[in-house]
Design a protein around this ligand. Structure first.
Ligand code: SF4
Length: 403
């Protein structure tokens, strides 16, 4: 239809001519303006905004100063840092499969899979390799680029055949063109090297919370044991995925403590998952007061400010967030979601739902193996305009844009 063609043309011209305006607007609102907006913390904001790469010597005081800034200033500054290191439209879609459910000997007081709590969960054995690879293929065909496999184990001691099967899963996931991640509990250096040789992309082992709050949540393994596993993973050359769970009855100081732990590791984690507690009946934390969204957003924005290259992952609990809350997280630096049928034992937003959300907000699935890097902001604007131009050219008004 001619009228549709004309409207599409006008839209394209408007976008094209706005590119130079956007470039000017960006340079006018660059470091100085964003930093002075956060006037109470302008020095530490300026340092974070001007960072040309990750730094690992943050003090707790510096992180607390960023964390406690006025939230809209903090979110804006975090979005600015995000755009300097990442394509702000790209969101990584990951699917997490439980490859061995329940029966775990640990006492993590939020977890349905601990054998110490009556949660009604039925324990299973390790899934067969072909069933896992069939699920990975479904995830890939629906748009996921990372496939994560979780087993409810304390550690890998004495699990030789289990490790052999998991290595076969990792190899199969890679053959499908997907990034692979596993979470299997504590790992020694030899096991980490074996997984690296199998081609494992990343290993997840969360520190969960601050060192101070940790003993109130878990008593069967120490904070330092967690850090040792993370160290074994990093030394083996596997990317580290480590983050936290918000809403375990902790305080704002504990969020700062969690962020301090991960941002002062010898290298920042490649991936920082942000979970919010999904209360499970039968676990000790079932009746804990739910965390407020502003604290979640504050934690994500602070993580982006102090770990500019990490992938920040909206993990468990996302299913309870409205779309608008999720988008606010993306604007403040989150750039990955778990998507699919289930997330371990809890519900998860599905692929179709997420892709529809992406379309509405001009987001798109991140490709596999994208490396963050310092970007020229004017290039970012140019790239975004080209992307929009391509979208406008490919659709008629009144129809949804495809990504
Ligand atoms: S180690 Fe993992 S599976 Fe076991 S109780 Fe803790 S969180 Fe649950």
């Amino acid at each position: 239809m001619l009228w549709k063609t004309n409207r599409a043309l006008v839209g394209r011209q408007a976008i094209s001519s706005s590119a130079s305006f956007l470039r000017r607007a960006y340079s006018a609102t660059a470091v100085d303006d964003v930093a002075s907006a956060a006037s109470t913390n302008s020095l530490v904001f300026r340092q974070a905004l001007q960072a040309s790469g990750p730094r690992t010597n943050w003090t707790r005081e510096e992180i607390a100063a960023i964390y406690s800034a006025p939230l809209m200033d903090l979110a804006y500054a975090a979005g600015t840092v995000h755009r300097r290191f990442h394509n702000p439209g790209a969101i990584q879609m990951c699917t997490l499969m439980n490859i061995k459910t329940g029966g775990c000997s640990e006492d993590c007081s939020y977890c349905a899979q601990s054998s110490r709590y009556q949660t009604g969960l039925k324990a299973t054995k390790l899934s067969p390799v072909d069933a896992v690879l069939a699920a990975a293929k479904v995830a890939r065909d629906n748009g996921s680029t990372r496939f994560c496999m979780g087993a409810a184990w304390r550690d890998m001691r004495g699990r030789k055949s289990g490790l052999r099967n998991i290595k076969a899963m990792v190899e199969g996931v890679h053959a499908l063109g997907l990034e692979s991640c596993v979470t299997l509990g504590m790992l020694d250096d030899t096991q980490a090297k074996e997984l690296k040789e199998a081609g494992l992309t990343a290993y997840n082992h969360n520190v969960d919370t601050s060192r101070e709050h940790y003993p109130k949540v878990i008593t069967t393994r120490s904070y330092d044991e967690r850090l040792e596993t993370i160290s074994n993973v990093r030394d083996a050359g596997i990317k580290v995925c480590t983050g936290g769970i918000l809403g375990l009855g902790e305080s704002a100081e504990d969020h700062v403590g969690l962020l301090h732990t991960v941002s002062t590791m010898p290298a920042h984690p490649e991936s920082f998952p942000v979970n919010t507690l999904v209360p499970i009946e039968g676990t000790p934390l079932f009746k804990t007061t739910r965390i407020k969204f502003d604290a979640v957003l504050r934690t994500i924005a602070t993580a982006r400010m102090i770990m500019p290259t990490a992938i920040i992952r909206l993990a468990a609990g996302r299913v309870d967030m409205t779309e608008e809350k999720q988008v606010l997280c993306f604007m403040a630096g989150a750039n990955a979601v778990f998507t699919g049928e289930k997330m371990l034992t809890t519900a998860c937003s599905g692929w179709e739902e997420d892709l529809a959300m992406f379309k509405r907000w001009g987001l798109f699935p991140m490709k596999a193996y994208v490396e963050p890097k310092l970007r020229d902001v004017s290039d970012t604007v140019e790239t975004e305009s080209k992307t929009k131009d391509a979208v406008m050219a490919s659709v008629s008004f009144g129809q949804a844009a495809t990504v």
